[in-house]
Design a protein around this ligand. Structure first.
Ligand code: MTE
Ligand code: MO
Length: 317
């Protein structure tokens, strides 16, 4: 069974994929602090209760791992849809008062370790300050529960519309700066060359993508009436998902509109399939006209194979 997609709209905590590059810090929430420093008029050092005392918001957000940074074109579709509770980063920036020279914001986790033979690394990411002010949430609850250690306790960044790699877990330090940090996870890894370009850019905005959830790849179906369903997501709203069976035409699936949050969107289509083996494909298009490409790209059309063996046909034991 697929470890990350389930048929619920919000992915249960025990079904979320887990990624880490360094260690998993065990943080004592009573002594943990978050600092906001660098090009600010009023540096801050906040406890978890300081943060929890600020007005909270809840957002349901699609969460997707970019995949292996050494294989940026391989589809992994490690994806979840999660409900975060936290504060907008903007609330802290308003208090810290960034200077006019601040253009970039750095997020650093409390994890430490070695990666690619480099010792003493931290997990550090950066964003343009204006984009971060607009989008970033600092979350301390996940699906209504305290944030589990593996997902970033006591506080993590969540960046709706950007790949999971930007959502720094175990957040401990925020730095305002006039330049990007040269670092393993900012300028060396997690970059890619955009289509038609030559210069690598940081892996940020998610691609248009979709995933078939039911039936599952390789599933043996005992009825020929099949409800084909899945999830689609992109940085802008997905406006259409099409499904193709075998080499048939692309047919529009029913698609749930996105709503206010940057969540994934369920889609479904009913089909009658003759006994035998079938290939099912899905492809999403978003409001900006992005469409999933053919195989060879990390967000290529998703394809599964199923076998229909109606009960009574003698093929089912
Ligand atoms: N501090 C820290 N934050 C991190 C990482 C990490 O290794 N350390 N991995 C990133 C990557 S690549 C992804 S996909 C997400 C995974 O979040 P999850 O394990 O909660 O699903 O966390 C991101 N944030
Ligand atoms: Mo990731």
């Amino acid at each position: 069974m697929d470890p990350v997609l389930t048929d619920t709209f919000v992915t249960p905590v025990d079904r979320i994929f887990f990624r880490k590059h360094l260690n998993v810090p065990e943080i004592d929430a009573s002594s943990w602090t978050l600092s906001v420093e660098g090009l600010v008029d009023r540096p801050l050092r906040l406890s978890l209760s300081d943060i929890e005392a600020l007005p909270a918001l809840r957002r349901t957000v699609v969460h997707e791992c970019f995949g292996n940074p050494f294989s940026p074109e391989v589809p992994t579709r490690a994806v979840a849809n999660l409900e975060w509770t936290g504060i907008p980063l903007a609330a802290l920036l308003d208090r810290a008062m960034p200077r006019d020279s601040a253009r970039h914001i750095w997020f650093e986790g409390a994890d430490r370790g070695s990666f690619l033979g480099e010792d003493g690394l931290t997990f550090l990411k950066d964003l343009p300050l204006e984009a971060a002010r607009e989008h970033v949430l600092l979350a301390y609850r996940l699906n209504g529960q305290p944030l589990p250690t593996r997902h970033g306790f006591p506080l993590r960044a969540v960046v709706p519309g950007m790949f999971g790699t930007n959502s720094v877990k175990w957040l401990s330090r925020i730095v305002l700066a006039d330049h990007r940090p040269e670092h393993m996870f900012t300028t060396r890894l997690y970059t890619r060359v955009p289509p038609g370009g030559t210069t690598p850019v940081p892996v940020r905005e998610i691609d248009v993508n979709s995933k078939l959830l039911s039936p599952l790849d390789g599933e043996h179906l005992t009825t020929s009436r099949v409800e084909i369903s899945g999830r689609a997501w992109s940085v802008s709203e997905v406006t259409g998902v099409e499904v193709s069976v075998d080499s048939g035409p692309w047919e529009p699936a029913a698609l749930r509109p996105r709503g206010d949050d940057l969540a994934w969107q369920p889609f479904s289509l009913s089909r009658t399939l003759a006994p035998g083996t079938h290939r099912i494909r899905c492809r999403a298009t978003d409001r900006d006209g992005r469409i999933q490409p053919p195989p060879g790209a990390r967000n290529s059309v998703h394809e599964i194979t199923v076998e229909v063996r109606p009960s009574g046909s003698g093929a089912v034991c």
